[in-house]
Design a protein around this ligand. Sequence first.
Ligand code: CMP
Length: 175
Amino acid sequence: MGQQAKIGVKMALTYEQTLVIIKPDAITRGLIGEIISTFEKKGLKISAMKMKIIERQILEKHYAEHKGKPFFNSLVSFMSSGPVVLAIVEGLDAVNVVRKLVGSTNGRDADPGTIRGKYSMSQQNNVIHASSDSIVAKKEIELFFEKEEIFSYDGLNSVIYSRDELSNISSKNKV
Ligand code: CMP
């Protein structure tokens, strides 16, 4: 346990944005609403969203860490096989919160309450991608979204968070 946790000092909370991609299998199966609704009902804010077919070249960049793995070509083909929905989801500790809601990679192993646990039986066709950490999230958002496509709007956070928690949200991330 870290020293700060031991003596009960509050750790700073970070207001974060993370990228999710609702994959072609989920689009075909009509799961866009269910998935977006999971994030909305949790209290996360959707600050950008669009549907598109992602070019192979962009996918190869997005999934560069998997280049050379046996599933790489199949993954790129699957992800470019039809439209996807890309969204930016934001909130306090959003990268971690979204990863937990999404569940582990293999749908068959994912906890039953998670998005993959509820809707996937596959390791590849696992309905959704979510950024793995905050540094990756920044890169992925830059790869897929222009600044003008990202919106800030008032109202939500002031009912979702306590006054204490809100003090961690800078004025650039409006409540
Ligand atoms: P995602 O979160 O988009 O990140 C990488 C993707 O690669 C992952 O979800 C799966 O779709 C896919 N993937 C990871 N491991 C495997 C595997 N062993 N076999 C097939 N696909 C995989």
